[in-house]
Design a protein. Structure first.
Ligand code: SF4
Length: 293
């Protein structure tokens, strides 16, 4: 059987993947916008426990093609351990085509390039990495624990090692006052990274989180309105110049689901945002009560 320590999170595009927890929680666990692992202490799972779940999946779940290694940061594991897990996965799940995981800049950066290449060669194909913002002031306020330069550097090393990247950015992180700058700097950082996928989420807060105003140290801070969030998304898409990036805003936190390839689909994406901005009752606009993390 597979035993999950809940809550379990995965990117929207891993909806059909088998999720296996190689670790619990997140080593950083301090980002002001993130409550995913607040109730969990970071822990590496005993290898034999994980292996027995992989073996069980091999016997009982025929046809698995995708595995997502949870929780928040598989690179807290040593490369050797990651390789052992990947070898077991591909051995026991003969139809497996790809394994993906989240990666935090902190732990990923500590790994040598040759080790990263070995992990990639063992079958970890894509990494989901949070840039959140290209604006260092925003990154500092949200306690990301890394500057934009450092995250770009980590992404480039990941690409050099052969990983595909799916980069997450968060609309609304700078509030209304910093919105234009956040969009502009985030677009510039994405242009430098040129990831395969770039995904936008929209900031949402949960009751489990401490007050965001307190964490960012600004009592006047407030969430964006739906219109402001859509306008920020528009500014981000409009400013991006990199070619070939698959842009998505299909996460349930967003007011509008977008999917298209930049630059090819940019005019269509912008026109769609404009249409929804012009019509508050557009059926494409996700109502507040349907937003979720
Ligand atoms: S590194 Fe990722 S999982 Fe950890 S607290 Fe930050 S956003 Fe959440």
């Amino acid at each position: 059987m597979i035993h999950y320590q809940e809550p379990v999170f995965r990117p929207p595009s891993e909806a059909d993947s088998l999720i296996l927890q190689a670790t619990y929680g997140c080593t950083h666990n301090r980002c002001a916008f993130c409550s995913m692992y607040q109730g969990k202490r970071f822990r590496v799972r005993p290898e034999e426990e994980l292996f027995s779940e992989i073996d069980w999946a091999g016997r009982h779940l025929p046809g698995v093609t995708r595995v997502f290694l949870a929780d928040g940061d598989a690179f807290a594991l040593s490369p050797r351990r990651l390789i052992r897990i990947l070898e077991r996965l591909y051995q026991r799940l003969p139809t497996l085509e790809r394994v993906t995981a989240y990666a935090s800049p902190q732990n990923f950066r500590a790994r040598k390039l040759e080790d990263l290449r070995a992990v990639r060669a063992a079958g970890l194909r894509m990494l989901y990495l949070g840039l959140e913002s290209g604006d260092d002031e925003v990154l500092r306020r949200i306690q990301k624990g890394a500057t934009c330069e450092r995250i770009v550097e980590v992404c480039r090393r990941a690409q050099e090692a052969g990983f595909d990247l799916s980069i997450t950015v968060i609309l609304g992180l700078a509030g209304p006052a910093g919105s234009a700058r956040h969009a502009e700097k985030t677009a510039a950082a994405l242009d430098r990274i040129q990831p395969r996928y770039a995904s936008a989420l929209t900031l949402m807060r949960t009751p489990r989180q401490p007050s965001f105003e307190e964490v960012v140290g600004d009592p006047a801070w407030r969430d964006l309105t739906p219109e402001e969030a859509l306008a920020e998304c528009r500014a981000l898409v409009a400013a991006m110049q990199a070619d070939g990036v698959e842009f998505r805003s299909n996460h349930a936190s967003n007011y509008l689901a977008l999917k298209g390839r930049l630059q090819r689909d940019k005019p269509t994406l912008l026109a769609l945002i404009d249409r929804v901005l012009a019509d508050p009752r557009s059926p494409l606009r996700r109502p507040e009560f349907l937003r979720a993390l």
